[in-house]
Design a protein around this ligand. Structure first.
Ligand SMILES: NC(=O)c1ccc[n+]([C@@H]2O[C@H](COP(=O)([O-])OP(=O)(O)OC[C@H]3O[C@@H](n4cnc5c(N)ncnc54)[C@H](O)[C@@H]3O)[C@@H](O)[C@H]2O)c1
Length: 454
């Protein structure tokens, strides 16, 4: 009985387990079926979308959709991305190039791109002209005129008192050449004409190294005359009214032999120039060199050295800074001042002429130094300077005025620029110089811009 009962229970358990398994099987099969029908429905939706795309513009389709949708669109998306990044890089490079171009333009702006207009001369008229001391006050103005006339100009200078700034507007011009050279040493260049101007001209400069001043005017002049002889060039020597010393004849004609102290503080310059003239005529006589001698009287104008210690520059600088205008001595000594463009015209006329003896070039309008001080003071607007006299300078010539009859007759030259006009242009120049410079004790200066840039 018990056995039968146990067998029955076992059968019931097996039946229950089997029904349970069947039930699980049924449930699982149902889930799978619903998943696959969902999958089929989804695929169908995708197919429909894809069909739609065929009728639309690809550009209108949002990129995300294309990425999902197919390989063709994926490629397109990729190429678009590459194109975009290339374009961005190009834009960046272009911006950098533009920046660099601006920088170059700024740097190039410092060097004049455009030169003053020069004439064109054929090879028969065009001369090769050497200007010694061409970076100085007078020399640089002469260089300007020669360049504008269309000649080839070689400047030789040791920059003792000259400045590159005076001639920098010609740097790089095909007709212009600059040689940094001391004419006390021989020079070998080819030239048709030589303007020999190299020598300090203001008393503080030529007295600074008297031996060098004599060497420049003697050895330097021998070198230039020797060069003129070798290459067959015509040479003009820049002499000075100082060869008349403290003159006993007034006004001074070329025939006057002068009154010079050979051992005074000005002798290095005065006697140096007198030897220069002697050398010129010795080379003319002995070596048949074609010489011209200009006896230059006091000249003024833009590009004068601000600290050269000459009357015009001193007075203007003092007036512009409302400092006391100092007159050395009693102020009754006289001077005649020639504007630089008039002097340059005179030098050109002398070189072109056939007259080979010394010629005075200067302005015969004579004023006392005291009068000059007042004229300059009145030309500077708002000037509060006073005029004071100081100790007299040793060997200072008392009267100076050129007799220019010879220049008028031989060169048909006479000065044109009035004292008022010339002084006004010079005052404007010094004003500009003052704005660039800082002065200490009215003696030495430091170029402010240069100083602060270092
Ligand atoms: N400016 C005047 O009032 C005046 C008056 C009479 C004569 N001069 C004569 O005119 C000429 C020019 O005078 P400036 O007023 O132009 O003077 P400056 O001092 O301005 O010019 C003279 C030039 O010669 C150069 N120089 C000097 N020694 C040299 C050397 N050994 N080698 C090469 N170069 C040298 C200087 O660096 C300078 O550039 C000088 O010979 C001077 O004696 C001038």
């Amino acid at each position: 009985m018990i056995r039968q009962y146990l067998k029955f229970r076992k059968t019931i358990t097996i039946v229950c387990v089997l029904s349970l398994l069947f039930l699980i099987f049924l449930i699982l099969t149902k889930n799978q079926n619903s998943n696959s029908s969902e999958l089929i429905r989804h695929h169908k939706r995708l197919d429909d979308d894809f069909q739609d795309i065929g009728y639309r513009e690809l550009d209108d389709i949002p990129k995300k959709e294309i990425y999902v949708l197919g390989e063709k669109e994926l490629k397109m998306e990729l190429s678009n991305t590459i194109e975009d990044s290339t374009k961005r890089e190009l834009r960046e490079v272009k911006a950098k190039v533009e920046q660099l171009e601006k920088k170059i333009a700024f740097l190039e702006g410092r060097i004049p791109q455009k030169y003053p207009e020069v004439q064109y001369l054929g090879y028969k008229e065009r001369k090769r002209i050497l200007v010694t001391g061409g970076a100085g006050f007078v020399g640089s103005h002469l260089v300007d005129v020669l360049m504008i006339q269309g000649h080839e100009v070689i400047v030789v200078d040791n920059f003792f008192t000259g400045r590159k700034r005076n001639i920098e507007h010609w740097f790089g011009h095909r007709n212009f050449e600059l040689i940094h050279h001391d004419i006390v040493n021989p020079l070998f260049v080819e030239a048709d004409e030589i303007y020999h101007l190299a020598s300090p001209a203001s008393p503080p400069h030529y007295m600074q190294n008297p031996v060098k001043t004599i060497k420049t005017n003697t050895l330097g002049t021998i070198n230039m005359l020797g060069l003129a002889r070798r290459v067959g060039a015509k040479i003009l020597i820049a002499s000075t009214s100082e060869v008349y010393g403290d003159p006993m004849v007034h006004p001074q004609p070329e025939s006057y032999w002068g009154h010079v102290n050979p051992i005074g503080p000005r002798a290095c310059y005065d006697e140096g120039k007198r030897v220069s003239e002697t050398l010129a005529y010795s080379y003319a006589k002995q070596e048949k060199v074609s010489v011209r001698v200009a006896r230059i009287f006091n000249t003024y104008g833009p590009r004068m050295h601000v600290s050269d210690g000459r009357v015009v520059s001193n007075f203007i600088m003092q007036a512009l800074q409302n400092l006391t205008i100092t007159v050395y001595g009693n102020g009754k000594q006289t001077r005649s001042f020639c504007y630089v463009s008039d002097l340059v015209d005179g030098l050109l006329a002398l070189m072109a002429s056939s007259y080979s003896l010394p010629v005075n070039i200067g302005n015969p309008v004579e004023h006392t130094i005291e009068e000059f001080a007042v004229i300059i003071k009145n030309l500077v607007p708002g000037c509060r300077s006073t005029v004071a006299t100081g100790a007299a300078v040793e060997d200072d010539p008392q009267r100076r005025r050129p007799d220019i009859t010879l220049a008028k007759n031989q060169l048909h030259w006479s000065p044109k620029v009035s004292l008022q006009d010339g002084l006004q242009r010079t005052i404007d120049y010094f004003k500009e110089e003052l704005s660039r410079t800082t002065f200490y004790n009215n003696q030495t200066y430091i170029d402010f811009k240069v100083k602060t840039s270092h």
